[in-house]
Each structure stands twice: as C-alpha cells, then as structure tokens.
Design a protein around this ligand. Structure first.
Ligand SMILES: Nc1ncnc2c1ncn2[C@@H]1O[C@H](COP(=O)(O)OP(=O)(O)OP(=O)(O)O)[C@@H](O)[C@H]1O
Length: 594
C-alpha cells in the first residue's frame, strides 16, 4: 500500500509541475469515461421501466442517453490516454536522467564496487520500464475508485445490504498486495542473474571482446552461461508468477462469492414483489460492472505497486549519494604545492575483504618531482594511486596535500586538480573533440586549446587525417565512425591528460603497456616535458606506475612496493647501490633486453 501511495504521489506531483493543463484535461476525460459505466446501469434500468410502462417518448430519450453514455465510456479513456501518454514519456525520461545522475553522483569508486548498490541499480534500471505506465494507472485508479463509489451508492439506494458489496473487495486488495510482494522479491533476487546475462550478451556482441570470444571459441560457453542465467531468472520469476496468480485467485474467488450473495438479495426482493424490474436490471448491470471494476482496480493497484517500488528504490539511491555536503571536506585545494604530498601510516582494505591491500605506508612525494611506483603484480601500486586521486577513502592513516589532510578537501575540487592517464582509460565512442575535451570540459569547444593539447601529445595528425576533423566520431558502432589503433588512442588519452589546467597531481598508471619500448620511451619523453612545465607552474607531483625500468630509472624518486608495504625508496643509482629488490628486478629486465 505504501508503495502505491509513493507512486501516485510522485506521478501526480511531477505531472502537475510539468504540465498541469494536460493533467487536468486527462483527469477530466478519464473521470467522465469512468462515470459513464454506472450511469449506463441507471439509464438501462429507467429504460426498462419506460418500455414496460409503454412510455415511448421517455424510452426513446433514454435510449439516446444510453447510446451517448456507451460512446463516452468507450472514447473518453482513449482520449485520456492520448493526453497523458506524452507526460508519461517525460516522466520516464526525467527519472532515467535522474538515475544516470545519481549513478555518476558518487565520487568514491568503492560505492560503484559495492554489490548491494550494484544490485539496487540493476533493480532500478529494470523498474524504469514499469514507471512509464504509472501516471496513466494513477489516473485510472482514481477514476475506478470514483466509479466503485458511485456504483455502490446507487446500489445502496436499491437495498442497503448491497453497500457491503464493495467492502468485499478489501480481501482481494490484501491478496493482490501479497501477490505483488512475491513478484518484487523474485525480481530483486534475480538482479544478479539479469546483470550476468546482460554482461555475457555484451561480451558476445561488442567488438572489443568479440575477437577473444571467437579466437578462444568461447561462443558456446557464453551462450550456455547466458542461457543458464536466463533459465534461473525465468524459473524464479515463473514460480513467483504462479504463487502470485494463486494469491490473486483467492481474492477473486472471495469476491465472486460476495457477488453471488448480492444477486441473491436482489432477486429475492424482486420475487417478493418489493423491487421493480427496472431496479433488478439496474442492480444486475451494476453488479456485473462492479466485478470488472474491482478486477481492473486490482490490476492497476499491482502496476502501481511495482512502479512505487521503483520510486522508493530511486529514493534509496538518492539518499545514498551525498548532495548537500560536498564529498570529502569543505576546504579548497591549494593553488600550488610547495611541500608536496605526504602519505602517513596509510592502510586500505577493499569492501567485502578483510585483508589490507596497503598497510602502514609512509611516503614523501616532494612538490615538482616525478615519482615512479614499481613492484610485482598485486603489490598495491594502482590502489595507492587511486587513494592519492581521492577515488577511495583510506581505511586508516592519511594523505596530506601541503600538510592539509586530503579528507578535509572537497573531493570535487581535488579531482579538478588531478590529471590522469590510466591503462584502461575511457575510449569514448563520441567525437575526437569530446574524447580530448573530457580532460577539461570548458575547453571542449575551444579549438585553440584542444590544438595545444593535441600538439603536446603529438596527436594533431589524427585530426588532420580525419574527414570530420575535431568532430570526427570515433569507434566502429557508427557508419562514419573512425577506429584508432591502440597507440593512437593512447595519444588521445595523453592529450586529454595534458588539457587539464594547473594540476597538482599528475598520474600515469601503466598508460603505455600496449606500446613497444621505443614508443613508451617517446611517450614518457613527451610527458616529462609537460610534467616539467606543470611542476614549474604549480609544483605538481607526477606519479607513474610502470613495469618498464628503462622509463622508471629517469624518475626523481623510485618507490618499491611489495605486499602492500613500501620496501625501498630512492633514486635509480641509490637503489642499485643498495642491491635489494629494485636492483634484482632491474637486473632481470636488463638481462632480458641484452
Ligand atoms: N576493486 C577491487 N576490489 C577488491 N580487490 C581489489 C580491487 N582492485 C584490486 N584489488 C586487489 O588489491 C591488490 C592490489 O591490487 P593493485 O591493482 O593495487 O595492484 P598493482 O600493484 O597495481 O598490480 P598490477 O601490477 O598487477 O597492476 C590485489 O590483490 C587485487 O586483487
């Protein structure tokens, strides 16, 4: 019941704010349509009496009224639907926009990796389809309630016992409520399988993964797993639908018994001579109507319960995203760095795990310097980088920005001062302009600024060789889209990074893993020039993660991580001198290249 109230309140408030004239017109048309049905019963009863008393003039008049009422009953709902359909589309669009905004609203990656939140998002996106019909269902439910009320009053005027008939509809409402909950629980429980099925489908159909799928001949596996996920989902939903239908049937059987009782009351009255034939016709007509009215209202009730659940889940999503308070703290990031970044006794454990990935990390990353993070797979390099970027909150300890705890700085503000290029940077199937402009959105329409970034990244030729220039769409999904090679995408990624104005932290996390050693060296040379310029302007710290020691050796400071702890720090020469973990890794790679 609570979900129905939530749905009706949301739909009507939103429709009123969007287009109140259309809402009023739709409500009026539907009300006229719904009220026509009980009036048909009244006209039919009166017509019967007029025919029996051979009053032809009244009978003809009533026949005309009856015809009008029947036409109105058929057409008003249709015109009501036409006036409300556009509003319904606008509502669904509004909610879809809001869900998209809420999905992007959380600045912490941990929220996106939280299984409960991911499940909630799946249920909400599935439920958005149901919301589309909810405005019309709200108006129809209002009309149906009015219709039942008018029908009851008319029947009560024939025999007060008949006033009890609509009360007999309460148990079916209760059963319908239970039935809907059974369905909702099954839908929520299937959210993981639905997500898995979608993921498997996109793996098989997206160009990015299709080559591996084909080369590993994994199509059958994907199809089987996809089928399995859908089988589990449909089995669970079918079983829920069966239980739900049984519950609804219990309510309907109950109502059928009450309906039979009502007819018995009237027929007995007619047999005793206390009820006119016209009134018997009236009650039989209304009693037939009321059973379909109650069944219709129950159906609408179910649809609104589903939509209301989605509206409540969107509220849950809204509550989980901090809106009023800026994420992180209220302080602004400094204009420039003089001391640099300090990491103090930092520990981090991923949600759902008890094992810390970083533990007791202490580091000084001096302003204006280049720092390389090295270590074996899973040592914690990327995690440390994400903590420096403010994408995760530390489990213990702190990151300090010129002595100010990063957790007290507004996260949005900090993010505008961080320039990154990750190994899995986003390759957007949008225009070349947008792919670079996302590094600093205000510059998206500034061709000169984009040109500067593209020059620094040595990617200008990509624009020159594209028929549409900066407005060339990238990717293979569109007819006129242009696909780029791995290295060309990398150059665009770099242009995006250098477009960021005045960064305080520049991060390159294995951006060149797809490049050969010479290309990686060229990339870092280009990047070092930019890093030096940025460092002189803002004292920015540049952190890069790489497994290529030919690149690493040029860093001002090298940090060696192992098992989530810092095991060595120093320059290349110092670390070779110590002859520890770094020297061993460097020696191994140097021998391999000899
Ligand atoms: N999102 C995540 N959720 C849970 N555990 C994670 C997540 N990301 C990484 N880990 C775990 O944290 C540990 C450190 O991973 P991280 O990616 O920081 O290592 P890395 O040093 O960058 O490794 P590589 O050189 O292989 O990229 C690994 O054991 C990994 O399994």
């Amino acid at each position: 019941m609570r979900a129905v109230v939530a749905a009706v309140r949301f739909m009507l408030t939103h429709a009123w704010a969007t287009d109140r004239r259309r809402l009023v017109v739709a409500s009026a048309l539907m009300t006229v349509g719904y009220l026509s049905s009980p009036l048909v019963g009244v006209a039919l009863g009166a017509l019967t009496d007029a025919v029996i008393s051979t009053d032809t003039r009244v009978a003809l008049l009533l026949a005309a009224v009856l015809a009008l009422l029947l036409v109105s009953e058929m057409l008003m709902g249709h015109f009501g639907h036409l006036s409300v359909v556009e509003l319904s589309d606008m509502q669904q669009l509004h909610l879809t926009d809001e869900v998209t905004r809420l999905t992007h609203g959380s600045t912490s990656l941990a929220d996106l990796e939280n299984p409960a939140r991911v499940r909630l998002l799946t249920s909400v996106t599935e439920g958005l389809q149901r919301v589309r019909v909810a405005l019309e269902a709200s108006l129809q439910l209002g009309g149906a309630m009015l219709q039942i009320l008018v029908t009851t009053v008319i029947m009560g005027m024939v025999d007060p016992w008949l006033l009890l008939l609509p009360a007999a509809a309460l148990p079916p409402v209760w059963f319908a409520d239970r039935a809907q909950r059974v369905l909702d629980r099954a839908r929520d429980a299937s959210a993981d399988d639905i997500r898995l099925a979608r993921h498997l489908l996109s793996m098989g159909t997206s160009a990015a993964t299709a080559k591996e799928v084909r080369l590993f001949a994994a199509q059958d596996l994907l199809v089987d797993r996809h089928g399995g996920a859908w089988d589990r989902t449909t089995a669970s939903l079918w079983s829920a639908h069966r239980r739900s239908a049984l519950l609804r049937a219990c309510g309907q059987v109950w109502f059928a018994l009450a309906y039979g009782g009502a007819l018995f009351v009237v027929v007995r009255g007619a047999a005793a001579g206390g009820v006119a034939i016209g009134q018997v016709v009236l009650v039989v007509t209304l009693a037939i109507q009321i059973s379909s009215q109650v069944a219709g209202a129950l159906g609408l009730f179910g649809a609104l319960q589903g939509a209301g659940r989605t509206v409540e889940q969107i509220d849950e999503l809204r509550a989980s995203v901090p809106h009023e308070q800026p994420a992180g703290g209220a302080a602004s990031a400094p204009a420039g760095l003089t001391r640099g970044l300090r990491v103090r006794d930092l520990a981090f454990t991923y949600g759902g795990s008890t094992r810390p990935v970083l533990d007791g990390v202490d580091l000084d990353l001096p302003a204006g310097r280049t720092v390389a993070l090295v270590g074996g797979n899973g040592a914690g390099k990327s995690t440390l980088v994400k903590l420096l970027c403010g994408l995760y909150r530390p489990s213990a300890g702190s990151v300090q920005v010129d002595g100010v705890d990063l957790s007290t700085i507004s996260r949005d503000d900090w993010h505008t001062r961080v320039a990154t290029l990750f190994q899995d940077f986003a390759r957007l199937e949008l225009t070349l302009r947008e792919n670079v402009g996302i590094g600093h959105l205000p510059a998206t329409d500034d061709d000169a600024e984009l040109g500067r970034a593209l020059d620094e990244a040595r990617a200008r030729h990509l624009v020159e060789r594209s028929p549409q220039g900066l407005d060339q769409v990238l990717g293979t999904s569109y007819d006129d889209g242009r696909q780029l090679s791995g290295g060309q995408w990398q150059s665009l990624g770099l242009a995006r990074t250098v477009l960021r104005p005045d960064p305080l932290l520049v991060v390159l996390d294995e951006p060149a893993s797809a490049l050969d050693a010479a290309a990686e060296h060229a990339l870092f040379e280009r990047f070092s020039a930019t890093a030096r310029r940025t460092a002189s302007l803002t004292g920015a710290v540049t952190v890069y993660v790489s497994h290529r020691f030919s690149t690493v050796r040029d860093a001002d400071l090298i940090v060696v991580l192992d098992g989530g702890k810092v095991v060595e720090t120093g320059t290349h020469d110092e670390l070779v001198e110590i002859d520890g973990a770094y020297a061993a890794m460097y020696g191994l790679q140097a021998r391999a290249y000899r």
